[in-house]
Design a protein around this ligand. Sequence first.
Ligand SMILES: Cc1cc2nc3c(=O)[nH]c(=O)nc-3n(C[C@H](O)[C@H](O)[C@H](O)COP(=O)(O)O)c2cc1C
Length: 367
Amino acid sequence: MVFAIGPYQLKNPFILAPMAGVSEMTFRVIALQMGAALAPTELISSKGIFFKNRRTLQYLTYDKDIEIPYSVQLFGGDVEVMAHAAHAAWQHGAHMVDINMGCPVKKVTKTGSGSALMMDPKRAAEMIRAMREATEDKVPITAKIRSGWDHDNVNFVDMAQHMERAGVAAVAMHARTRAQAYRGQADWSLIKELKQAVDIPVIGNGDVLTPGDAYAMLEQTGCDGVMIGRGALGNPWIFRALHEGAKNVEVTPQERMQLIRHHFNAHLRFHLELDAQVAQAGQSATNRKRHGKTITPELHAIRTFRQHLIWYSRGFRGGSAFRQQVLQMETHAEVLDAIQLFFADAAPSHLVQNEDVEGVNYKQAFG
Ligand SMILES: Cc1cc2nc3c(=O)[nH]c(=O)nc-3n(C[C@H](O)[C@H](O)[C@H](O)COP(=O)(O)O)c2cc1C
């Protein structure tokens, strides 16, 4: 039986993890069309919403036809600001609001946000109550936690029980402490412990790189949902395999090439639109400068797509030469040609899931 979050019944248990710089509208829509049941936004600053920062507000852009339900992940340490932001997200169309309680980055934790909330279950619970009130209980409030702050403070059960009493609708847990960052293996036995300790949907997260891993997590932990982050980078097809109950991710070269082209074109459109809106509001210059070179909106959008091309090329022969080439490309036409040339010839293969995965840098995603 597939679970529900508040009134929203999910079509399967498989969820794209929120990832800064990745879970923008374009990639969320691709994951959902492939079969993901839910794809929350990347973390969005509650303060940015509070102060009506144009760029932050643009990040609330979503596809009304496909993103159902649409979940907005907020971060912030101030209860009132978070309540205000939840209200604004609701007014903007959010069907649910998720609180980031796992981000390990100092810039975030030093303001009492992200994983710093793990050290203060009472404030986390107070935040949930305030956000429920601000949204008149019409929007399920969910939370994404880690197992604790560090080895000496593995407090996820206490944390989740505080939040359950405050009315949280579901909890997702990345089964590592903040101090562990991405080292070692996620400890799935903690997900099982969490599931047994609370009476709300539990979503397991950490080190699900293949469909087999996802089925194993469901079976071993009894969790209701499985959240997939790095395993979906360059591999949104994983959700199709999962939705169909398949063991392997099967993609033809033609299909891969077409999806990457589509992703690139949509990514470019999204970023050019975002930049135009921000420029119109007069909140930042359209052209950025770096090392004396003007970075046009198009070049900026191309640069932000490079990481996707690097992920898409994982596990293919000639991938490392392609990745070198990707770093030099500066125009729309150049990128489209390179995609066509490289991926049209890529022999059908099951993606090598773990190559380069360690190289993913969460910190980098914050720029
Ligand atoms: C590039 C990147 C960006 C991330 N950004 C966020 C974020 O915005 N919000 C969040 O809750 N977690 C974020 N995470 C953590 C993931 O959601 C997830 O918890 C983590 O990657 C573990 O899952 P995985 O093993 O499936 O990758 C990020 C992870 C990565 C790799």
